[in-house]
Design a protein around this ligand. Structure first.
Ligand code: ADP
Ligand code: MG
Length: 323
């Protein structure tokens, strides 16, 4: 480990907060953690590579935010309470200002969800950020992909397709990921791509209510497809009910916005299934969290996701070429 590397680690370590269940944090060869009695550990890892998972010109703050957000989103979809994380950084240069801005974004989100950084690794190489996040759930109460039942409603949180519309706008040269846009709708779209909101509170509220859940990282069709596969069921969606934002509609029109909602990735909303008897409870959760929850279809016998209109084409982000 070089001196430069050491001082970068120091800058990051200085930002971490204390948590009673961290017996030993950054500074030793490994951390020591004390999970709560009767809790199960929920563990997930996600890597973001520059130029692949975000435009290379993305500001360091937004990279820091998103690096943690995509991992928190996985904890959210399991219904977990965030606890601890480790951060593996591959950096092309030892740039303290870049690391400080990255940490500003990372810890803004970490502190908001009481997840603490307890270790990591720092190396030189192409820009790549990798987080392993850990959370806890009461034993047996995690939300999983394999619990959907025929007759369930299919729900999604928030609006879908915004991040994909923003990405297309950036590719088309009409959205700048480097700075805030003057136009409020363009800025709303940019923030949906740059700083996704992990739905931690929603995931927790859905314990005992939802039968299955997944976070939408690769697109609704692809991710709901995962629930169907794991639960050995099919799903039927009503595209007219897909929640799309006013900003996406204004930008690309309703038809393209719905296409983005079906196939676009990177929204980090939750898709879940629940018995019809839970509709009242779910509407109450939506009220309490001030987060729209929309019923978009139902779980049926069979396999795959049908959208009513056309036969679903290639699914997932990489095939989303309609805009
Ligand atoms: P080792 O060589 O024993 O793996 P390192 O020199 O890589 O130790 O790291 C020293 C300490 O700093 C360890 O506790 C490690 O977890 C922590 N650390 C290194 N990089 C990071 C990082 N990017 N974020 C948080 N902690 C880090
Ligand atoms: Mg190391």
């Amino acid at each position: 480990m070089s001196l430069a590397e050491f001082s970068l680690i120091e800058r990051i370590a200085a930002r971490t907060r204390a948590r009673a269940d961290v017996v030993l944090g950054i500074g030793d060869d490994a951390a020591l953690l004390q999970p709560g009695a009767g809790e199960q550990l929920v563990v997930t890892a996600d890597t973001l590579n520059s130029g692949v998972h975000f435009p290379a010109e993305t500001p360091a703050y937004d990279i820091g935010w998103k690096t943690l957000a995509v991992n928190l989103s996985d904890l959210a979809s399991m219904g977990a309470r965030p606890s601890w994380c480790v951060l593996a950084l591959s950096l092309p240069a030892a740039d303290p200002a870049w690391v400080d801005a990255f940490a500003d974004g990372f810890f803004a989100l970490a502190d908001a969800h009481d997840i603490v950084l307890i270790g990591g690794d720092t190396t030189r190489g192409p820009l790549s950020l990798s987080v392993t996040a850990m959370g806890q759930v009461a034993a047996g109460s995690a939300l999983r992909r394999d619990g959907a039942q025929v007759g369930d409603d299919v729900w999604v949180s928030g609006t879908l397709g915004d991040a994909a519309v923003a990405l297309r706008a950036w590719q088309g040269g009409t959205l700048d990921v480097r700075t805030a846009a003057e136009d409020a709708q363009v800025e709303a779209l940019r923030l949906r791509l740059a700083r996704p909101t992990p739905r931690i509170e929603l995931g927790r509220a859905l314990q005992g209510v939802a039968h299955a859940a997944v976070d939408i990282s690769d697109g609704l069709l692809a991710d709901l497809g995962h629930i169907c596969e794991r639960s050995a069921v099919g799903a039927r969606l009503d595209p007219d009910r897909l929640p799309v934002s006013a900003a996406a509609r204004a930008r690309v029109g309703l038809a393209h916005a719905r296409e983005a909602a079906l196939r676009g990735g990177d929204d980090y909303e939750l898709c879940f299934t629940a018995a019809a008897a839970q509709r009242g409870a779910i509407e109450a959760v939506a009220q309490r969290l001030a987060l729209p929850l929309t019923r978009i279809g139902e779980v049926v016998k069979g396999q795959g996701v049908a959208t009513g209109s056309d036969t679903p084409g290639p699914q997932g982000y990489e095939h989303f070429t309609e805009l």
